[in-house]
Design a protein. Sequence first.
Length: 245
Amino acid sequence: MIAADRLVKTFRDRKRGEIRAVDGVSFQCQPGQIYGLLGANGAGKTTTLRLLATILQPTSGTAQVAGFDVTTQPGEVRARIGFLSTATALYGRLTARETIEYFGRLNGMDEELLQQRATALLELLELSQAAHGRCDKLSTGMKQKVSIARTLIHDPPVMIFDEPTLGLDVMSARAITRFIRECRDRQKTVLFSSHVMSEVEKLCDRIGILHQGKLLAEGPPAELKARAGVADLEDAFVRIVEGLQ
C-alpha cells in the first residue's frame, strides 16, 4: 500500500546551501502492518511523511500510495489516506462533532454514512461526552483525538501518523496507541513516526531507522536488536546510528 523508491527532498538555505532532508529513502508498508519511522528530531521523518501525503513534492525518486503515484496522481492519493500531523490546528468555535462532520463533507461523504461514522468514531475514541463541546475548551488529549477522528472520518485504507502522542499525558497517549493498534487489526496500512523508543517497540511490526535523511536500517524490532547485538531497542538505535552494528 505504501512503496517509497529512492525518495529525495532538498531545500535551499542561504547560509548552509543545499540541505538534503530526505536522501534516497526506500521502504514498503503492507496492509495490516504498522511501519515505524524512528529517528531523532531533524532526521527527516516528518519530511518523508509529507512527501507520501503529497504535501511536498519529491526532488527526485518516487512513491506510490494505494497504487497511485504521489507526484502525478496526488488527488487519488489524498482520497485514500488519513494524515495526522503534530499540530491539531482545530477551529476553536466548532464543536468536536461539527469538526468531524465538516471534514467528512469535504471528503464528499454521503450524509447518512457520515453521521454513522462520526458517532462510531466518537465512541471509539471515547469522545462521546465531549462531542458538543467547543474545540477551544477541550484538553490537549481531547483535541488530538478530534484531530484523529477528522483524519479518519472517510475511512481511508492508509493512515499516516506523525508523532501522534507528542505532548500528551499518559492516559491520552495510551488511548491513541490503542486506537492505532485497532487500525492495524482492521487491516489498515499504518505509517507511524516517533522518537520515543518504547512507543515504537510496542506498536510497530517493522521499523525504519532514519538519520540525517538516510534510512540506515529496517526490519522487525527483534531483528534490529539482534543485528546490533543488544537486547534494548535504544541501544540498537545508537549502535546503528553510530555505525557500530
